[in-house]
Design a protein around this ligand. Structure first.
Ligand code: MG
Length: 257
């Protein structure tokens, strides 16, 4: 009898409930169309994370997996001249590289390494950079025992904000940026309603928290106005130093509003 009861109760548990769990008599959330615990609210899509948290999840666009630069071009529309060695791409030639695809709001993962041989100083040591939308640079620089101006160090929003802390690893070691980006918003006439915003983790350490960008990155002067565009390429800067990159992926967040 006990076995039969157990069997019946487990069968009952396996059955789909007649209605989804939740409520239809609770208050509507301010600014949303859903009730508190709304039973009809769509579930988030299932995304399979990478085996390790630095690996691309199932809904990411892989921009460089170590094999080729097919997703990339130069700002002038030429084939990239950067080298690929052992699954890593290294700055070479004179041009920066940028993605053929354009992105607005996004989550971005970048791994980079400055040269192990310490050469140069200040902005001349392992300089490169990650430009979101081709506009806003998160500085790449060897800032391990190398001083430069604060808003030009590794992980700085170049020329605007130093990182909250210096989380740089030693010269030549692999480092990571995890970037959350929300582009600027404009009205129909191109007037800016909201600044672009950036949250950045350097080697897993928070270095910018929802920073409002002043405008596109420039050198030695104040940023100009943000262009009223909805997307742009991801650009990796060629500053003449043989900086390496690997494991580049991005998640398009444009449809999350
Ligand atoms: Mg740079």
């Amino acid at each position: 009898m006990r076995v039969l009861l157990l069997l019946l109760s487990s069968l009952f548990l396996l059955q789909e409930p007649a209605t989804r769990p939740g409520y239809d008599d609770t208050p509507v959330l301010p600014g949303q169309k859903w009730r508190v615990h709304d039973r009809n609210r769509p579930y988030p899509p299932v995304v399979r994370p990478g085996a390790q948290s630095n690996q691309a999840p199932s809904d990411a666009v892989v921009l460089f997996d170590g094999s080729n630069l097919d997703a990339w071009t130069t700002p002038e529309g030429q084939a990239p001249t950067w080298q690929i060695i052992d699954g890593v791409t290294q700055v070479a030639g004179s041009a920066s590289i940028q993605t053929k695809a354009q992105f607005g709001d996004c989550q971005l993962h970048v791994e980079w390494a400055t040269p192990p041989q310490r050469k140069g100083r200040s902005q001349g040591m392992g300089n490169s950079g990650v430009y979101v939308m081709g506009l806003y640079e998160i500085q790449v620089l060897d800032t391990w025992n190398n001083t430069s101006y604060a808003d030009g160090t590794a992980a700085a929003l170049y020329g605007q904000y130093p990182p909250l802390v210096n989380a740089c690893r030693p010269s030549g070691e692999w480092q990571s940026y995890d970037i959350l980006f929300r582009r600027a918003r404009f009205d129909a006439n191109g007037n800016k309603l909201e600044s672009a915003r950036m949250t950045v983790f350097h080697n897993g350490v928070l270095v910018h928290w929802n920073r409002a960008l002043l405008g596109p990155t420039v050198h030695r002067t104040l940023p100009p106005k943000d262009p009223a565009i909805p997307a742009g390429p991801l650009l990796l800067q060629n500053h003449g130093d043989p900086v390496r990159y690997r494991n580049l992926w991005i998640r398009d967040l444009e449809s999350t509003e």
